[in-house]
Write a protein of this length. Structure first.
Length: 68
């Protein structure tokens, strides 16, 4: 963990997002914390970067988020 005041919030949210995606069989290999957003130690919580994914993963993500 870093000394950023919102580090715990960011890392817990990242873990929660990974888990929720995994529940739908979705893995985003580049999903991680956006390290440059840690540059400001007094700003809002660091950003989470979803990263890149292939077409099949994007389709699975869209299907998981679409209303049923």
């Amino acid at each position: 963990m870093s000394s950023h005041p919102h580090d715990r919030e960011a890392t817990e949210t990242l873990a929660r997002l990974r888990s929720a995606l995994a529940g739908h069989g979705i893995t985003l290999p580049s999903l991680d914390l956006h390290l440059p957003s840690y540059a400001s130690s007094h700003g809002p919580a660091p950003l989470i970067s979803p990263g890149n994914c292939n077409t099949a993963t994007a389709r699975a993500l869209a299907d998981a988020l679409s209303p049923r």
